[in-house]
Design a protein around this ligand. Sequence first.
Ligand SMILES: [Zn+2]
Length: 147
Amino acid sequence: MLIFCCVASIILFSIYDNTKEKSEPIVDSVLSPYVDEWKNDCKSHGLEMTDDWWRLERIYAVYVYTDGDNRLGMGNRIAQTIQVKADYSDDVVKCIVYHELGHYVFRLDHCSESGQIMSETIHTQEDSYYGVNWQELKEEYFDSIKR
Ligand SMILES: [Zn+2]
């Protein structure tokens, strides 16, 4: 089954409070291993954190949407938050974290190919897909940031 991922990049405007000190966003503990891994990967690929990262206030896990939506994740530049639906396998949740941070921090758009981290759809029922292909998917993701 494929579930559409919300497009963070459709939120076109952002508000930046220049008085905000540079501080790390608050990250829910269930997501922090993935966010830490993403930051380490950014560093090992020679990427500096962008202003968008420092503007981010919070990355939080959601389990049930009261509005009945089925989105996997969403960035909100007004609230300065990223939400990640966290009741999938570890590999899928990690992929959602990388996907949403790709939109939010590096302003990546969706890629036209399927099965990539920045694809518009994510395979939520093929549990082994992201685990088996992670190294390859990750290199394509970081290549797309540097392009
Ligand atoms: Zn997306």
